[in-house]
Design a protein around this ligand. Structure first.
Ligand code: FES
Ligand SMILES: [Fe+2]
Length: 391
């Protein structure tokens, strides 16, 4: 985030704090039908749009620096492998054998020399070309050129690897992310190193999980013994580019910024900054580490949640540094997200079956949830003349 934007956002947060309320979101109470979290038809429409038409984050670029190093998808529905080939080119393929469809790479090797199928041994180069077929006499006339691995669009930007789920699509991150991409570029994620990545299946719709991040209304209640002390009188300012959202939440110490000259303001000292990168990624920025959460739908009521934590090596050195990092990860991942946010989202999902709510009613300070839902609705109901409640 450029310095001028940090100053602008902090000034906005100070003004909002004076008024004691979040920045205007949708400006009205919104009702979201709960079938958005249960209906298989809505689920399939989301898969055919939000999860087919947007580039997705495969992981930190440091994982694929050396030839043969690779990243695997966390999601069976879109099983890609991203690999650095021998020439140094980054490539992405569907991790599916062209013979009879077995999964080629399972993550057991550190580095790949080739893709060798575990089923019947067809072997492909790191460029995806079919190189050898055991007992090739049994396939007379096989045109190997037609059996290369299915290639996918991939690119490296902002220290991250981006892959597009649709073969032949183009990835244009500048227009896709706009000013939000510029913001993220300035956090220099490429200079961080990977601490760990976890992957857990949760029994809730992917949007219910993601939406726990999109409002601060719950913080004094659900997080009363954990995060609440950091966000007393917290207010939220936001910015949108297309379906992507940046949120900044004032921390309890925000008034301390007034003792410092604006040239020295650093937003992360006084506010937390978050990015929803549509459709399914949520970034949480800290001064010395970044959490990237992603949500991969498995069924209307089941989702794979991944959490990749990246950190600045100079801030966490030696055994003590690593112990501090482990403590932070445990607190954020195991306590705040797992035991508080996502545990309650699972109970909400369960309650949809029996509960009295045909709609969820969102107050004006939960408006970002409505904005996110509108982005989804505009994709899954293209036939409707979509009217934004934002006027
Ligand atoms: S399915 Fe891969 S070699 Fe047969
Ligand atoms: Fe929360």
């Amino acid at each position: 985030m450029r310095h001028e934007k940090q100053v602008e956002t902090l000034n906005k947060l100070l003004a909002l704090r004076e008024q004691g309320r979040d920045e205007e979101m949708l400006g009205e109470v919104v009702h979201i039908p709960v079938r958005n979290y249960t209906d298989p038809d809505i689920f399939e429409r989301e898969m055919a749009t939000a999860f087919s038409d947007y580039p997705m984050i495969a992981g930190h670029a440091s994982s694929v620096r050396e030839p043969g190093s690779y990243l695997l998808s966390d999601w069976d529905r879109f099983p890609y492998v991203v690999v650095r080939d021998r020439d140094g080119t980054l490539r992405a393929f569907l991790n599916v054998c062209r013979h009879r469809g077995a999964r080629l790479v399972s993550g057991e090797e550190d580095r790949l020399k080739a893709f060798v199928c575990p089923y019947h041994g067809w072997a492909y180069g790191l460029d995806g070309s079919l190189r050898s077929v055991p007992k090739s006499y049994a396939f007379p006339g096989l045109d190997r050129c037609k059996y290369s691995l299915q290639e996918l669009p991939v690119t490296e930007r902002m220290g991250l690897v981006w892959v597009h789920p649709t073969s032949g699509a183009t990835i244009d991150l500048d227009s896709h992310l706009g000013a939000i991409g510029d913001d993220i570029e300035h956090f220099a994620i490429g200079d961080l190193v990977r601490y760990c990545k976890t992957s857990v299946t949760r029994n809730a719709n992917w949007k219910l999980l993601l939406k726990t991040y999109l409002e601060g209304y719950h913080v004094p209640h659900l997080h009363r013994t954990t995060l609440a002390a950091n966000f007393k009188k917290g207010v939220i300012a936001h910015y949108e580019h297309g379906p992507h959202i940046r949120m900044a939440a004032a921390r309890t110490n925000i008034l301390d910024v007034l003792d410092v000259a604006p040239e020295s303001w650093r937003i992360l000292d006084y506010a937390s900054v978050y990015y929803l990168l549509f459709p399914n990624a949520f970034f949480i920025m800290h001064p010395d580490y970044v959490s990237i959460n992603a949500f991969y739908p498995v069924a209307p009521d089941r989702t794979i949640w991944t959490h990749e934590m990246l950190y600045r090596e100079s801030q966490f050195q030696g055994e003590r540094g690593q112990a501090a990092l482990a403590k932070r990860f445990k607190f954020t991942n195991d306590v705040v997200f797992d035991q508080e946010d996502f545990a309650i989202a699972e109970r909400v999902q369960e309650g949809l079956r029996y509960g009295p709510n045909e709609y969820h009613t969102l107050g004006t300070e939960e408006g970002l949830i409505g904005i996110f839902q509108q982005s989804i609705d505009s994709l899954i109901y293209p036939e409707r003349a979509y009217q934004s409640a934002r006027g």
